[in-house]
Design a protein around this ligand. Sequence first.
Ligand SMILES: Nc1ncnc2c1ncn2[C@@H]1O[C@H](COP(=O)(O)OP(=O)(O)OP(=O)(O)O)[C@@H](O)[C@H]1O
Ligand SMILES: [Mg+2]
Length: 335
Amino acid sequence: MEEALGRESIRLRVEEYGKIWMLLRMFMESDDPLTVMLIIWGRPGTGKTTVARKLMDNAKHAWKNLEQIYLDPETAGCRGLFSALQHACGLRGYSGLEILRLLRNRFLIVIDNVEIFSPEDKQVSTVLRISEAFPQGSFFILLIFRSDSIPVDISRVPPPAYTIYFRPYTFDEIRTILTEFLRGHEGFSVDEPALNTVSRIASFSGDARLALEILKTSLKTSKDKHVDEKHVLEVSRKLADNPLEYMSANLSDIHDRMILKIVSEHTPNIRLKNLFEEYRAIAREKGIRPLGYTQLWKRIRILENKMLLEFKVSSFEGGRTGVVWRKDLNWAMRL
Ligand SMILES: Nc1ncnc2c1ncn2[C@@H]1O[C@H](COP(=O)(O)OP(=O)(O)OP(=O)(O)O)[C@@H](O)[C@H]1O
Ligand SMILES: [Mg+2]
């Protein structure tokens, strides 16, 4: 384990990390060109990105002959996952011979937030079948999905392919993450019951990001740098009233933010038709060119994939209509 943990140790997710490291080592030790596909999935804030980043950092020091690429389609734009990949590999504009020469290297490719594509998306299946496109290449591909269930049909991915599930964090794990976080914030004092309360709230969904968000906000709004249980409860309630801030933390798209804002203001749901009208009005007000109906609907499906809202078709006044639901904040119900 010592070796698997590399230079910098990772205290949580040791088992998951160890598995990934073992697969990566097998990949590095193989003599023939080999493409390994590893699919990581789990709910928001369960440490997927954190572990992948740490893996990349440790692998960088362990192997000099491993090229690394980190892709986040959310920031790279959804248009061309594969072209972004080619670009990152430096393959664009290269001749076939040059590509083959380049592919002598081994690549660790991490693609984060893959859930923003639908499972049937051509881009995803292109990546999943990359070994067919580049039989000479050696790729270790880590696909990270924010998802509650297995995001792809693994039997349709050319082997070797593996999946690793990141289960929600437990109370104790979240408590540990908070304690670690506080080490970097000297001068603050946070009561034991306050830390337990934050851990309890966040452990309903197993989400470390939520726990850190509550704690950070509590520190920011504390008097005399002291935080007690009453204060964290107050902060949590405010967050529950306006979950947008926390939920959309890493939403870069202005339309996504507008959609989520509208949805968050309608409890518990809004009809798609009304959402579209409200969205257009707000866009116009802000001087932003609004998306068309189909485009808006696509964004909604993406936000659903990201577990930020739910879309259902319901019977309504005798007909069928699309309804967009706020994501149920189950932790907020228990405050
Ligand atoms: N094992 C850990 N040790 C320390 N901090 C952690 C750990 N796991 C998660 N965190 C912290 O929790 C937050 C969320 O973690 P991370 O971004 O890795 O989650 P994720 O699974 O990638 O979530 P998402 O699906 O929303 O992208 C980050 O701020 C991260 O620093
Ligand atoms: Mg992530």
